[in-house]
Design a binder for this molecule. Structure first.
Ligand code: ARG
Length: 457
């Protein structure tokens, strides 16, 4: 059924209908479409534009549609062009004449802009909850692993010792920034487009402030042409989702590496791993790989919508209908990834002994050995050279710095004394890094306190 049959003399070509329709995907917006219509008609009646009786009939009809859709007794049928046409046609069927008055002072252009905003606003809330849930798991790991030593890497080469708490803290920061980004977007987008009409507002005495208030917006938008053609907030959301996906992907990559036979830093729970159809010994990190892999389609959505929007003259053009499928997909993808990833790290076992042994065997304390010499008057550049010789000596003998006897130390530099062992122990190396942001226990305890507050905000 068409909303616009009046000026046409021919039936729509079926292929045109199929190409043009959006009901097959924008049905996802039915709740928001109905919510917006209820607010609109409430305002129309308040302004005396429709009667109280019509308002009552329309609202009852809309609530009936919502109920029947949720109960499954009303199904979407493909003769309708989009969710807006579907709801209006159904309303008219249910309540007759009154239903025909709902669209007074409104266009599908401001209607779809509103639906998409209401949907994105709800989803921002859902995604935020999931990111918060993940951060809670990360914080638990931080609290439990202040003394779990592990190698910190640069160039994927062992660099300096850190702790698992410190490593996890890096991800806490990333996801914290993601949450603040979501909050920013919500604030910036929270203005109501309803009342903008097709592009140039309307001649009816609408109360846009009132509708905006009913729908939980900060106020009405200020330019009707911008209102119907603004999809900035969708692009911003896709950009925030891309960053979340990127963070999840980096984390996944580390888990895949840590779970490998070579590293063995972690062991994934059986429930979060999969086997091979041919190799009986395999236990694969498929979930982490899929999270990493799905990042591509989230980026794809962002680039796709940026490209769609770049050539659109004011105001509404049908190109904008292309915002829906990819946004729905990106949102569902990121929500799925967040839920799975959180479950995966909550059940994963960290092999603390393997991590610590790895930190010891990779000369991660070499910088601290050089600092030891500097503290005894040796210029840093010379100290660097001396420790370089120590490392070479150990490499040839397949041993760690702390395995050398004091005689061996002294043979390379007489400055070394017995206290060198204490100075280059894993514990000292980490504990001495006390400045805020470092892995030392006191610094980490302060940071954990701040992290906890951030989660309670
Ligand atoms: N399905 C359309 C969309 O998603 C709704 C707006 C249609 N407006 C119009 N003038 N054709 O953008």
């Amino acid at each position: 059924m068409k909303l616009w049959g009046g000026r046409f003399t021919k039936e729509e070509n079926q292929l045109v209908h199929n190409f043009n329709e959006s009901l097959s995907f924008d049905r996802k917006l039915y709740r928001h479409d109905i919510e917006g219509s209820i607010a609109h008609v409430t305002m129309l009646a308040r302004q005396g534009i429709v009667s109280e009786e019509d308002r009552e009939a329309i609202i009852a009809g809309l609530k009936g549609i919502l109920q029947d859709l949720e109960a499954g007794s009303l199904v979407f049928t493909d003769e309708h062009e989009d969710i807006h046409s579907f709801v209006e046609a159904n309303l008219i069927q249910r309540v007759g004449e009154a239903g025909k008055r709902l669209h007074t002072g409104r266009s599908r252009n401001d209607q779809v802009a509103l639906d998409m905003k209401l949907y994105c606003r709800d989803e921002i809330g859902e995604i935020d909850k999931l990111v918060k849930g993940l951060m809670e798991e990360i914080l638990k790991l931080m609290e439990a692993n202040l003394d779990t030593f592990m190698p910190g890497f640069t160039h994927l080469q062992k660099a300096q010792p850190v702790t698992l708490a410190h490593h996890m803290g890096a991800y806490f920061e990333m996801f914290y920034r993601d949450r603040t980004r979501l909050e920013d977007i919500r604030k910036r987008m929270n203005y109501c487009p309803l009342g903008s009409g097709a592009l140039a507002g309307t001649t009816y005495p609408l109360d846009r402030e009132y509708t905006a208030g009913l729908l939980g917006f900060e106020g009405p938008t200020l330019n009707s042409m911008d209102s119907v053609s603004d999809r900035d907030y969708v692009i911003e959301l896709l950009s925030a989702l891309s960053l979340i996906a990127m963070h999840l992907s980096r984390f996944s990559e580390e888990i895949i590496i840590w779970n490998s036979n070579e590293y063995r830093f972690v062991e994934l729970d059986d429930a979060y791993s999969t086997g091979s159809s041919i190799m009986p010994q395999k236990k694969n990190p498929d979930i982490a790989e899929l999270v990493r892999g799905k990042t591509g389609r989230v980026y794809g959505a962002l680039v796709s919508l940026l490209t769609t929007m770049k050539g659109i003259p004011l105001a509404y053009d049908k190109d904008m209908q292309e915002d829906k499928e990819l946004t729905f997909d990106a949102i569902d993808t990121v929500k799925g990834c967040l839920a799975l990833f959180t479950g995966m790290i909550a059940t994963m076992i960290f092999r603390k002994d393997v991590m610590e042994a790895s930190a010891k065997n990779g000369f991660t304390n070499a910088t601290d050995a050089a600092d030891y010499l500097v503290n005894r008057g040796v210029p840093f550049r010379d100290a660097h050279g001396i420790v370089g010789q120590l490392v070479l000596y150990c490499l040839e003998r397949d041993m760690a710095l702390e395995d050398m006897t004091i005689e061996e130390f002294k043979a390379i530099s007489p400055v070394f004394e017995e206290d060198v062992y204490e100075a280059i122990s894993m514990k000292t190396c980490v504990e001495k890094r006390v400045t805020l942001g470092g892995p030392g226990r006191t610094a980490m305890m302060r940071v954990i306190e701040i992290c906890r507050e951030r989660l309670e905000e």
